[in-house]
Design a protein around this ligand. Structure first.
Ligand code: GDD
Ligand code: MG
Length: 434
């Protein structure tokens, strides 16, 4: 891939937010082919991207999507990646999950691809989180709560067990497998550019086509992302003292993280997860308060934004859905201890203007947040969930056992492990072997 090197950046404590970069060739060939470096643009050889993808899990969250769409995404995932599908599809009156299982098994057999498929409401998955000392994700019924972010956390735990180093997310409702494939290549390109082990790559869609006046119109900004970006940029500007437009991917559902970073961020529920990632970076590594992870403060965090070449065609959201998504996105910013009072008032005004909040509503509530997964007892999680992974995975996923803490009997009534335990104790995320 031939890609522009970031020209602009904004520092916020240990975080470096790079401005969006463009791709000049989706495939620039093998190493040494067609010239390697031309100053502002770099050719990332196919071998390098392949090596990164070999260590990457690609996660597809699904809730009741048409099976053709889900299959299309699987066709797009390079064979060298581990695919993890977390489904929250209804099981009644028709068992949609069973349909997904059958389709994925056929696909995985034909493509000789590793696919892990789990149902979000599998009681064993809920039990695994409880046993492992991560009860926040589990409702009173003992099952993992609803929501895209909740599914993503399941996938993060599985990727950690599989020893993966990188984690990329691709929504299942994408009509274009070519676009999904491009995003996964761009994730690898971002990681190839990264200089530290704490890195994030966010896709800026080239466009999101829609019908306007009977014609296809290649809109650049979504209804939610426009406002989320505005307020995230305002938040950064209030601290740096210089107005910025660096943040262009505040809602980017298509994003990827190194496992080391993914394990150290907190997650907001449902569709608030993407803006929350930015808030979490600012809060934890922004230097305004002492960071729980001094190693990250020393090494730094890099956030890349890559503009895709394919347009993004997906299932269009209804106005109520957009209102809800915008509401939770802005509430993540509003709820941060970093958000100045004046900016809070601006957000409240915006929510009223767009009908998300009425004058009679109670004060803006913060969204539900889940703490970093790093401190979970992965040994115990592994012990509980292993049986399910072996049966749902089409080819058994080799779970990482080395260095993982011993499973504790549930009767010991484990609570959350002590924070800040050395990484070795957690089993680390040592180089994968798949
Ligand atoms: N596992 C799981 N559990 N998946 C879910 C759930 C759930 O409870 N709810 C939704 N999904 C899946 C959907 O099937 C889809 O693949 C993906 O999550 C995104 O859901 P959409 O309903 O298509 O969201 P959207 O298109 O409105 O919003 C997307 O883009 C936004 C940026 O414009 C999401 O990725 C947002 O998170 C993102 O901010
Ligand atoms: Mg969608």
């Amino acid at each position: 891939m031939r890609i522009e090197l970031p020209r602009t950046s904004e520092r916020f404590g240990a975080n470096v937010f790079y401005g969006p970069v463009q791709v000049y060739e989706l495939d620039s060939g093998f190493r040494g082919q067609g010239g390697a470096e031309e100053g502002a643009i770099i050719a990332l050889p196919y071998e390098r991207l392949h090596e990164i993808q070999r260590q990457m899990a690609v996660v597809v969250p699904v809730r009741g999507e048409r099976i053709r769409l889900v299959e299309g995404i699987l066709f797009a995932i390079p064979n060298q990646c581990l695919a993890i599908v977390v489904s929250n599809s209804p099981r009644e009156p028709v068992d949609r999950f069973r349909v997904e299982q059958q389709a994925l098994c056929t696909f995985a057999r034909l493509a000789r691809k590793r696919v892990v498929l789990l149902h979000q409401k599998d009681p064993l998955v809920g039990k695994a989180f409880l046993d492992a000392g991560y009860p926040e994700l589990v409702g009173d019924d003992g099952l993992v709560r609803d929501g895209k972010a909740e599914g993503m956390l399941i996938a993060l735990a599985v990727a950690r067990l599989a020893g993966k180093r990188y984690l990329g997310f691709v929504d299942a409702d994408n009509y274009s497998p070519g676009a999904a494939h491009e995003y996964i290549c761009e994730y690898a390109a971002g990681f190839a550019l990264a200089e530290c082990q704490y890195a994030m790559v966010r896709i800026l869609w080239q466009s999101k086509p829609k019908y306007v006046d009977g014609q296809v119109y290649f809109a650049k900004w979504g209804r939610t992302s426009r406002r989320t970006n505005h307020f995230l940029n305002q938040l950064i500007s209030r601290y740096t003292g210089f107005e910025t437009d660096i943040m262009a991917t505040g809602n980017s559902g298509e994003h990827a993280l190194t496992l080391e970073l993914a394990l150290r961020l907190d997650y907001a529920t449902k569709y608030a997860v993407e803006p929350q990632h930015i808030i979490s970076l600012l809060e934890r590594f922004g230097g305004e308060r002492e960071s729980p992870y001094p190693d990250v403060m020393r090494e730094g965090v890099e956030i890349f934004q890559i503009e895709s070449r394919n347009p993004h065609f997906h299932r269009a959201g209804e106005p109520d859905h957009i209102r809800e998504m915008t509401g939770v996105a802005l509430r993540t910013i509003h709820g941060s201890f970093l958000c100045p009072a004046a900016l809070r008032r601006e957000i409240e005004d915006d929510l009223r203007l767009h009908g998300v909040l009425s004058d009679d509503d109670p004060p803006v509530e913060p969204v539900r947040r889940y703490p970093p997964l790093l401190d979970m007892d992965f040994g115990t999680f592994h012990h509980t969930v292993e049986r399910r992974l072996q049966t749902t995975s089409v080819e058994p996923v080799r779970l990482q056992k080395k260095g993982m803490s011993r499973p504790q009997p549930p009767s010991m009534g484990r609570t959350r492990p002590v924070r800040g335990r050395p990484a070795d104790d957690q089993g680390g995320t040592s180089p994968p072997d798949q």
